[in-house]
Design a protein around this ligand. Structure first.
Ligand SMILES: Cc1cc2nc3c(=O)[nH]c(=O)nc-3n(C[C@H](O)[C@H](O)[C@H](O)COP(=O)(O)OP(=O)(O)OC[C@H]3O[C@@H](n4cnc5c(N)ncnc54)[C@H](O)[C@@H]3O)c2cc1C
Length: 376
């Protein structure tokens, strides 16, 4: 590809001169930050650079759960992390989902609020009892955040309803839902284009020095630079608590009938599945090899894919024949806590990263907060 310095006067003027805001990464956070900056600075020049020929992060590879916390996952989080940080993060997810809906619209998201089920296997009765003993507390905290009563409830008939095997019961979350990830990403792109936010694909930021980004195609100068590269952010933020976490997914060929509709969490959220287009999308299993999955490599592994297939056959679709059509991976940014990092790094450089596994919910809010600190 042609180096930037060899472009014409016109090309340089259109894309690379007098950039006010340079966003690195065309994911949910990058686009949300750009759209928010556009609101505050209608005449500014905003450029998003993306290293892939398509956005290549988690935003276009995820499972499309519009979720903010299942009962067992929150119970586990509360046993591991600071209580106020856990609730602050849940609140950000809830506010983020509302903001995503207002920004993109339910129709473009193809949002379906059918609720979620957090499955308890017949071997997990202790987990069920621990979570059940916390249910009133969880509901009280969720009432403070959402204004809604009884967000979580126990469902003892999940297995009969949906044809699972080995499932004892579940904790239902009546406010969670699912989106069509492809549709969301197209909407972000379209909206940003309509608002004169330019995206250039195939440009990879390699280093940042003051107000200059050194890219694979040459230098790009901007008044402010925002790092929105999530799972790939270690490169620019080596001192921060953020590392890549690969997540693996598979999808079946269309089934005659999918025996359930909605989003399902299994084993405290380490696995997740849903219906989509007459198929089942199933992902997770990072807990089988945490160290091996700390990678930005996009390969799938036998260990995890075989486990996904086994669970699909034995637990999720025990009475339905299916074939796997496709498998893929994506890279998330995680750290010791689940709270995102939204910071002024130095000079004119800022970051909004560490979105974890619920970036659909939290992403737009992170973008908005990032835009606010850039504007401050
Ligand atoms: C398989 C999978 C399933 C998931 N399921 C869900 C779910 O159901 N619900 C949910 O809420 N969340 C889910 N997530 C998490 C969610 O998708 C992410 O938290 C969210 O998309 C992160 O958005 P982002 O904008 O921060 O980062 P990303 O979408 O990762 O965007 C970062 C962008 O930066 C680009 N980039 C990286 N380095 C450079 C560079 N040097 N120069 C230029 N560009 C660069 C990348 O190519 C990428 O496009 C899932 C994630 C995965 C991987």
């Amino acid at each position: 590809m042609l180096d930037i310095e060899k472009l014409s006067y016109w090309e340089l003027k259109s894309y690379f001169r007098d950039i006010d805001f340079l966003i690195i990464g065309a994911g949910i956070v990058g686009y949300s930050a750009a759209l928010h900056l556009r609101k505050s600075y209608p005449k500014s020049k905003i450029l998003v650079i993306e290293r892939g020929y398509l956005p290549s992060g988690a935003s276009s590879k995820n499972a499309g759960f519009a979720c903010f916390g299942s009962a067992t996952e929150l119970t586990e989080d509360l046993s591991k992390f600071n209580e106020s940080t856990v609730w602050e993060t849940v609140s950000m997810r809830w506010e983020g989902l509302k903001y995503l809906r207002s920004l993109i619209g339910d129709q473009s998201l193809k949002l379906q609020l059918k609720g979620s089920w957090d499955l308890i296997t017949t071997n997990d009765i202790e987990l069920k009892n621990i979570t059940e003993s916390k249910l009133d507390y969880l509901n009280k905290r969720l009432k403070n955040i959402t204004g809604e009563n009884n967000v979580y409830s126990i469902d003892n008939h999940t297995q009969e309803k949906f044809g699972f095997a080995g499932i004892h019961s579940s904790f239902r979350n009546r406010l969670e839902g699912q989106i069509d990830t492809a549709s969301m990403n197209r909407a972000f792109y379209k909206k940003s284009f309509e608002q004169d936010i330019m995206t250039l694909f195939g440009i990879e930021a390699i280093d940042i020095n003051g107000n200059t980004v050194l890219s694979n195609l040459g230098e790009i100068k901007a008044k402010s630079i925002a790092i929105c590269t999530n799972g790939f952010a270690q490169q620019f933020l080596p001192e921060k608590d953020i590392f890549p976490a690969r997540a693996q997914v598979l999808i079946t060929k269309p089934l005659d009938q999918v025996p359930f509709e909605g989003t399902f969490h299994y084993q405290m959220g380490y696995y997740y599945f849903r219906n989509i287009d007459q198929r089942v999308l199933f992902g997770g299993g990072r807990n089988l090899d945490f160290e091996g999955e700390k990678t930005t490599n996009f390969e799938t592994t036998h260990l995890i894919q075989e486990k996904l297939e086994l669970l699909l056959r034995e637990v999720i679709l025990p009475s339905t024949s299916f074939e796997i059509e496709h498998r893929w991976t994506g890279v998330m940014g995680v750290g010791e806590t689940k709270k995102p990092i939204i910071e002024h790094i130095q000079d004119n450089t800022f970051c909004g990263v560490r979105l974890g596994g619920m970036g659909i919910a939290i992403g737009t809010l992170v973008g908005k907060k990032l835009a606010e600190i850039i504007s401050a």
